[in-house]
Design a protein. Sequence first.
Length: 191
Amino acid sequence: MKKAKEKTSDNQSIKENSIKDLLNNLLQLESGTLLPVQQVILKEVLINDKTFDELADSLKLTPYIQKQILSTGVLRLNQLIKELGKSLDAYYRVSEELKKTKGLLQETGNKPQPQVMLSAKQKHALSLHITKAGFSKRFITVCEYAGIFKVSQLVKYSGLDFLRLRGCGRKSIREVEDFFERNDLIWKMEL
């Protein structure tokens, strides 16, 4: 019987310490959503186990006011947790979409294409400087950073290799693919 009580007490102590650690980490995580007085009251009451009466002298606030401040602080922390959850969900969705895009590029973009006769439209597009091809500033910066100055250099990349360039993302890939489609060009084009 005594061992069962000790085990229950140990489990309770572990739970309480875990909850206190979580609260402490959450208070450190929040950035500016809580007022300093809310942070103090939450920490002292929920983590350090102080009573409102004990805090009344040091904070110069009545227990009633402290309870109201604690209540609004808890509400703000709950809002923060919900916002973090939404941000995490959005991150996972974008991460999955990026994996799918990489997979598609790997399937289609890494195969060299056979050399073909170029049309006048293709020749013109290939001769263009990146800055004259109608690409966005961000895209031009990505290309220049990678040493790509002409469309003829760009078509030598596979979609996956281009995606790996610093600053390149889905929008850049879409921008290239739209340009390629308009000008009958493809990734890894043999010139």
